[in-house]
Design a protein. Structure first.
Length: 159
């Protein structure tokens, strides 16, 4: 009996650790001992200041150097969407590319769902909410945030 409980605790801790890593936006290499990606760090600093154009520029340069980074596509789309007069075609193109490169990217699922709400496509937002529900076995921040956004949208408080 003690052995079974011990295994359950170990599995739970491993899963919780994976969920904690994934909550960082579903990024690549999260939780590793490698130094943080300087482009992502710069973009996150700009995002924290709500300097959307600076974040876009950092991510545009990073994408030119590494177009196969799902996290770069995700952050570029996010900073574009949050900026003034966003080009939603560009936003969707980059979120979709992030998801093509990493179909389990939690942040991209959350953010593309929010983008769909911004263009009044509730059905597509719910598709990404369902994807997060499947990916987040024990729940995750991305699922919770998108679920709240969908509920607010449905209640008439469109984002």
């Amino acid at each position: 009996m003690k052995r079974s409980v011990g295994r359950l605790v170990t599995v739970a801790l491993l899963c919780a650790g994976g969920a904690a890593v994934a909550a960082g936006g579903g990024g690549e290499g999260a939780g590793s001992s490698a130094p943080a990606d300087p482009a992502i760090a710069q973009a996150q600093e700009a995002i924290a200041r709500q300097d959307w154009s600076a974040a876009q520029e950092v991510m545009k340069q990073a994408l030119a150097a590494n177009p196969k980074s799902a996290e770069y596509h995700n952050l570029y789309a996010y900073s574009t969407r949050k900026g003034a007069s966003p080009d939603m075609n560009l936003v969707f193109r980059h979120y979709n590319e992030a998801l093509r490169l990493n179909p389990k990217h939690l942040g991209a699922h959350e953010y593309i769902g929010e983008a769909y709400l911004a263009v009044d496509d509730l059905a597509k937002a719910k598709e990404h909410l369902a994807a997060l529900d499947r990916l987040c076995f024990f729940g995750c921040e991305e699922y919770t945030d998108l679920k709240k956004a969908v509920a607010a949208y449905e209640a008439g408080g469109k984002r």
